[in-house]
Design a protein around this ligand. Structure first.
Ligand code: FAD
Ligand code: MG
Length: 538
């Protein structure tokens, strides 16, 4: 008799879940399976190590959704444990007799999964790991690329073209008719550390942030919600294709509209990335069939999902991915050493630069930020503004973003701070203020998240420090008193920092004139030299 566990970590769904299929079927299809769906709060998995209210709430809603779906199928529900996975599986083996564990590959926690594989070998438990959090198996990408992760996005595209299209999602409707749902006897529940019901964030002593601004958008977790939300999102894509464009979420920045992002659902796997990918590509082909002038097809239709693959692939086998030290793909740029007061102002949205403050407060209140605002706040912390290490920003985003995980968040931080990849040592300039005008032309976004500035005339909303004092008095918001003066001179800081970047780049090229990073070997040498120079600068 097979007693199998599906160990959920991410991949919080029933559709397109190869590990689930594996857990409820036996090879010969005849033997009976007793099935236990399991989630473990181990203080780390599923982004719970240092987590803000919104992401925790999203995760717990996703678990509740699974619990309800299993109950509808006649099961006792989702079994939620608290503790170390090795101990829990050992107990489940000893007390319940489980002999098979299935799970989805998780790029972030290799060590945890290796421990379970090791334990299972000792106990004679069969372990099955399936790839479905990414479109391709990152290990395959690395193998095809000659044993190391492709160091540029173009190289990733090249490699996946060799691999061919990603596998289509596995069957949408799972057949549970032959499944015997396992139970856990009452007397085992306490020693197994089984939780009585789905907890709330408050049960973990996690509370909403007090930001002084309201919560305007509530995100809800769960597979059923994600599948519904995807219908809207695909309509949005369809409209874009019909008008001859791609990637509508990034092309038309709408800071005030209802968000159409699936990224938190993808992060927790409430939505399968393959389901998302193929729904959009199939829609594209359907729209194309009706069009006279055809658009070129290809991976760029879901280009952002390729970035997702890229960063997952870059992160595996690199235990130093989230830091500068010892990280072979990250340049050691001589950032300022810790500036607690400046860091706190950035985190809390008290920099005195309205677009930055509105963004940082939205992040705390809702866990969400549009990509452009993530870029803007991240460059402000690092290469164009405060010249503070991206590691500080990464930790903050990892805690508060709904969709955060280390591979994607870390990759983007290295990218934005010009510490890695193709943007290495970028010294291009962009003005925060002109960007703020473009993104928020009516100042509505600022007024929503920075209520102190609600009565400022549009003319000064992005640079309130320029407003004459009589206007400030009139609207009862004195800059430097009711709202902070800008913490730095943003024009001057931009100039100084861009020159810094330029200098590092120049000295790098000067010291090794033959190195123009264009292929992987040269990029590796480039990183190595850059590291040497950063050490000298420090
Ligand atoms: P869409 O354009 O619709 O993209 C579809 C999906 O592709 C997203 O849901 C996401 O899964 C993936 N994706 C999109 N952009 C990127 C990207 N640049 N890199 C990798 N994958 C991408 N995204 C995360 O999912 N998790 C993070 O922790 C995260 N941290 C970020 C940190 C910084 C500093 C920056 C600049 C960006 C970060 N992003 C992160 C990427 C991006 O901002 C979000 O994925 C995007 O805003 C989600 O919105 P969307 O669903 O409308 O994106
Ligand atoms: Mg999305």
């Amino acid at each position: 008799m097979t007693k199998s566990v599906l160990w959920f970590r991410q991949g919080l769904r029933l559709h397109d879940n190869p590990a689930l299929i594996e857990a409820i079927n036996t090879d010969d299809g005849r033997r009976q399976v007793t099935f236990y769906p399991v989630f473990i709060f181990d203080g780390e998995s599923a982004g719970t190590k240092d987590v803000g209210y919104n992401r925790m709430k999203f995760l717990l809603e996703s678990l509740l959704d699974l619990d309800e779906q299993f109950k509808q199928l006649g099961a006792p529900g989702l079994f939620i444990f608290q503790g170390k996975p090795t101990e829990i599986f050992q107990n489940l083996h000893d007390n319940i007799g489980i002999n098979k564990i299935c799970f989805e590959q998780d790029c972030e926690y290799n060590e945890r999964d290796n421990e379970i594989k090791y334990l299972s070998r000792e106990l004679g438990i069969e372990v099955v790991e399936k790839v479905s959090h990414t479109l391709w198996n990152p290990e395959d990408i690395i193998r095809i690329n000659g044993g190391f992760a492709p160091l540029t996005y173009q190289m990733l595209l090249h490699t996946v073209n060799v691999l061919g299209l990603p596998p289509r999602p596995v069957n949408n409707e799972v057949d549970f008719s032959q499944v015997n749902f396992g139970t856990i006897p009452e007397h085992h529940k306490i020693n197994l550390r089984l939780m009585k019901s789905i907890p709330s964030p408050e049960d973990f002593l996690i509370f909403p942030e007090n930001t002084g601004s309201d919560v305007y958008v509530n995100w809800n977790g769960g597979e059923r919600h994600a599948l519904e939300q995807m219908i809207d999102r695909v309509k949005h894509e369809e409209e874009a294709f019909a008008s001859g464009t791609y990637l509508p979420n990034q092309a038309n920045v709408d800071l005030m509209g209802s968000p159409k992002s699936m990224s938190a659902a993808l992060r927790f796997g409430c939505l399968s990335v393959r389901r998302f990918y193929y729904t959009i590509h199939d829609k594209f082909n359907e729209v194309q069939d009706k069009m006279v002038y055809k658009l070129p097809g290809g991976h760029h239709i879901t280009g952002q999902l390729m970035w997702r693959e890229y960063f997952y692939t870059m992160s595996i086998n690199n235990p130093y991915y989230g830091q500068i030290k010892n990280n072979p793909i990250c340049l050691n740029i001589p950032w300022k050493s810790s500036e607690e007061d400046e860091i706190l102002k950035w985190k809390q949205g008290r920099t005195g630069v309205p677009i930055i403050d509105a963004s940082m407060r939205q992040l705390l209140a809702e866990g969400w930020l549009h990509h452009t605002l993530r870029n803007l706040t991240a460059t402000f912390l690092t290469r164009t503004g405060l010249w503070i290490s991206w590691e500080v920003g990464l930790q903050h985003f990892l805690k508060y973003l709904l969709d955060a995980d280390l591979p994607i968040c870390g990759g983007n931080w290295m990218w934005v701070s010009s510490s890695a990849f193709e943007t290495l040592l970028d010294s291009s300039r962009c003005s925060i203020i002109s960007l703020a005008h473009r993104l928020d032309p009516k100042g509505e976004y600022i007024k929503r998240y920075v209520p102190e500035l609600r009565n400022f005339p549009m003319k000064y909303i992005h640079e309130p420090w320029r407003a004459p004092i009589d206007i400030q008095e009139d609207i009862e918001c004195i800059i430097g008193q009711d709202y902070p003066s800008p913490m730095i001179d943003i024009v001057q800081a931009l100039q100084i920092n861009c020159n810094r970047m330029k200098k590092i780049r120049e000295s790098l090229i000067e010291s090794q004139p033959h190195v123009r990073p264009s292929n992987e070997d040269e990029i590796r040498t480039f990183f190595w030299i850059a590291d040497e120079i950063a050490i000298q600068c420090n």
